[in-house]
Design a protein around this ligand. Structure first.
Ligand SMILES: [Zn+2]
Ligand SMILES: [Zn+2]
Length: 346
């Protein structure tokens, strides 16, 4: 294979953010956040938002070629179709039992988040016996919840078990950076390696997405270009450091005018707490462009768009703040990493 064949391509499988379907009676155009990075015939998957399996199928990708699943953080809009990927996917993955696909994501949070000062009555946590599971435990629990179905397939149809096809692992946060999920979720740090094979090296950094912690951004370096994915985050220098001179940065963006319109006139504490969350945990369109420029990214694509129903001009406003190639990809767009085709030049 030539180095051109090994130039990575990004396929934006799902480009909407948030635990919503974003339809409201209209056909859904943006499904849940999920991104494929294809190198040669192989691909790597970042996040498993709603519809990821369908989009993989529509993109013409096969799970036979899946090298790894990377989860930026454990919010449900990034994980909700992890179970369906593993369970429906086992039909495409027969024969891969000897080399399970890693699922790499955050470890156990270690402590519940602090109670909102807006709480009137303290809510009861879900699953108090294990209230903050990490990726490995989450995956095992998801498979256990589907045991009736899976045992039919494993025992009667002699299908492989997802537990033999996938190997879910927690990312270990480097020692010595004084990380704490509540007090210091995003200490300044150098990117650290979380995965390597013959095609890619994946590095990570902590990003700013309270109260969830840890939350990661990932960078994929290959012999023929690099891709950086912000995960969900407020503006942070850790991301700028990770994305330094990257060929393509995919950054989340939220339309704060939309946030204000949703919560305007709603004075209840639940609405106020939700509004506060968006401001401390996400990035505006303009800030995404400025951070990408500061990092020296050659291309910027906005994704994890909230709301998933906004008109494109909401996002394109950022183009004036970014000097490189700028994209607002639809679901299933293909972004070459080094020889960009202006997919959205209209
Ligand atoms: Zn999200
Ligand atoms: Zn999130």
């Amino acid at each position: 294979m030539t180095s051109t064949d090994l130039e990575p391509r990004v396929i934006t499988l799902g480009t909407a953010g948030g635990p919503r379907w974003w339809g409201s009676g209209e056909p859904i155009t943006r499904t849940g956040i999920a991104t494929a990075i294809q190198v040669g015939d192989e691909f790597y998957l970042v996040d498993c938002g709603h519809g990821v399996g369908r989009r993989i199928n529509e993109a013409g990708l096969s799970l036979k070629n899946l090298r790894g699943v990377f989860i930026t953080h454990l919010h449900s809009d990034h994980t909700v179709d992890l179970a369906s990927l593993a369970i429906f996917g086992l039909y495409e993955m027969v024969g891969r039992e000897g080399a399970p696909v890693p699922i790499i994501g955050p470890g156990d949070r270690g402590a519940l988040p602090p109670l909102s000062p807006r709480a009137v009555v303290p809510p009861r946590p879900v699953a108090p016996e294990c209230p903050t599971p990490g990726t490995a435990r989450m995956f095992a629990t998801l498979m256990a919840a589907h045991a009736t179905d899976l045992n039919d397939r494993v025992l009667d149809s002699l299908r492989p078990s997802p537990l033999d096809l996938f190997d879910a692992r927690d990312i270990e946060i480097p020692a010595g950076i004084a990380y704490h999920p509540n007090d210091r979720p995003t200490p300044a740090m150098e990117p650290f390696e979380i995965f390597r094979d013959d095609l890619v090296t994946v590095t990570a950094t902590l990003v700013e997405h309270p109260p969830i912690a840890p939350a990661f951004a990932f960078r994929f370096d290959t012999a023929a270009g690099s891709v950086t994915i912000s995960g969900d985050t407020a503006p942070t220098q850790n991301l700028v450091r990770l994305a330094r001179d990257t060929d393509l940065l995919l950054h989340e963006a939220i339309d704060f005018a939309f946030v204000e319109s949703v919560y305007a006139g709603r004075a209840d504490e639940g609405s106020r707490a939700s509004r506060d969350h968006h401001y401390k945990s996400h990035t505006s369109v303009g800030d995404a462009a400025r951070l990408a420029a500061e990092a020296g990214a050659r291309q910027l694509a906005l994704h994890h768009l909230v709301p998933g129903t906004a008109k494109d001009d909401v996002w394109r406003a950022a183009a004036r703040d970014f000097p490189g190639a700028f994209h607002v990809p639809d679901d299933l767009d293909v972004l070459p990493v080094r020889s960009p085709v202006p997919v959205d030049a209209s």
